[in-house]
Ligand binder design. Sequence first.
Ligand SMILES: N[C@@H](CCC(=O)N[C@@H](CS)C(=O)NCC(=O)O)C(=O)O
Length: 205
Amino acid sequence: MKLFWAPNSRAMRALWMLEEIGQPYERILIDIRNGAQDRPDYRAINPLGKVPAIDDDGVIVAESGAVIAYLGDRYPAANLAPKIGDRTRGPYLKWLFFTACIEGAILEKFKKLDVPKSTAGWGSYALVVEALDQALQKGPWLLGDHFTGADVVIGSDLWFGCDLFKIIEKRPSFAAYIERCLARPALQRAMAIDKAASEAAASKS
Ligand SMILES: N[C@@H](CCC(=O)N[C@@H](CS)C(=O)NCC(=O)O)C(=O)O
């Protein structure tokens, strides 16, 4: 399993997922701050020139929600994805896809976009934040006691939006959820890998 990634990016969620799974994988650094994502060899992997992407012995998957879904199914022993036919797969998939709504909501808030609710696929920033707040009232995870890949995606989005970029207001339910995510050893390992790569890049420039 190869992971195409860059530190300080949305590739963190794929790194976190692979650390949760605990099977061997190879990291291939795509230096997005120096244009490596737009070289023809990487565009052949992801025509959008975005990380993350994975290559599973010739099966290429890009788009972080899809990457997490694929990895969850590919490594069932890690128990990070409800099985096909299990009813909890419904909410699991909903939250994996919800990352697209969060992306829209963050953009709306950050760029002060005025988009009618009926036009915006995500509804509105306020509706997205409310939906997340409601879903995280109970916890500890989106599916209750069972941590899944959906938490990797939504936990990453909330950490990114609340802590890193401070665009999403940090409601108490978000703060508690982010704290639970940050306590996971797999995320701590992924963050250490990310930090080491960032520091190595900074020391070269
Ligand atoms: N929809 C994509 C977004 C990925 C994305 O935006 N990645 C950024 C890093 S955070 C990137 O690769 N940027 C490089 C570029 O656009 O040139 C996903 O969820 O995987």
